[in-house]
Design a protein around this ligand. Sequence first.
Ligand SMILES: [Zn+2]
Length: 435
Amino acid sequence: MWRVLNSENILVTVLSKARSVLKKYPLCDHCLGRLFARLGVGLGNDTRGFSIKTMLQLVIHHEKSTSTDQNEIRELAVNAGEPFITMYRIISGETVCRKPCYICNNKLSREYFQSIAEKAYRILKDWSIERFLVGVTLPREIRLRELEVLQITGFEWAESIKNEVKREVGKIIRDKYGLIPDFDNPEAVVIIDFDKDNLDIQPSPIYIEGVYWKKARMISQTDWINNNVSKCPLSLESFLNENLREVFGSEKIFIHASGREDVDVRMIGSGRPVVIEAYRPSKRRFDLNDINNRLNTDIVEFKLTSIVKRSRVVYLKTTSGSRRKTYKALIYSSKELSNNDMVKLEEFYKTNNVVKQWTPTRVLYRRRDTLRIRKVFEVKTKLLSSNVFEAIIKCDGGLYVKELIHGDNGRTQPSFSEIIGAVLIPLELDVISVE
Ligand SMILES: [Zn+2]
């Protein structure tokens, strides 16, 4: 609760709190001023702190005319420093030294902020950062000492030491070096380790959305490594890393796609929605056309269109199961087929579109055996020879299409195999659209 005080009362309250706290704890101008940071605007805490000490000196000097107690003045000289050191010297002839600040150990100063800001700026520049944020890690003891002092003055007007360091350093980086503080979407956060004076940078990843096409088979989406052996010669992820790491000066490029096709399935037609992530990039200015040119080959192609926020990755992942997919399959049949078989297959899914699938045998070694229910919306067929036909299958995302065709020994029901009454083998499978 904010207490409503008139101006005179505020002054009395501030000075009496400052007097109590300085009798107990040595505090530098910054750490005293910070206890009253919400009073006044456009002031550094050092100005605020020194002003309060000065006002307090006026009050105590006035009181001195009615009291001979010099002990309190000596205490204040030791704990608050100036202007009490001078006052005490004039009164007593003795010069005392100020004790180090109980909270910051005299670390806080304009020079400290200046030197940290300069170091931070150099790092931000190396990483090509224009929009930044400052973070601070603080040893627990400092935080506890700060809380201990606040027990005397209360939290009503205070700000934290973390806040002061972030604000002061951020202001210098903005005003002296021209970079832009950005609280919502910074290109990097520069983290100050208050204890060790180390600086670390956490550059925000760059996310770019688009679509990809896989024009050849035997390409996995991410690196597929089993017992240190790559199971697939090419992955989209390694393709991206080879072509884009230097563009972004990035440690790694990640791929986040809306679902995935099997290694031996092509992705053609309208392409699959994807977001690529440049992790810890040191270069942030780039040309999308140049990137798309690098990613356009005979076997793999990406078309990246816009820079997006991380939330798009979450959106792509969470909606992939609900996106309808269209596949083209080339299927071999053990028995000779007639046009009647084709009609039967197409007609079947007009009235029965629910498919129940237990986890396919081929992935059982790495996935739990669960029942999955998906829909087939449409099947169109074309008989190519007596034993081979093509099917265009529109279905829910997440439906196992190979199993829909061959039935997986009854683990997928109904299946093309069951409907036609033949052993069916999917020869080739392509994704032709992802909605
Ligand atoms: Zn201090």
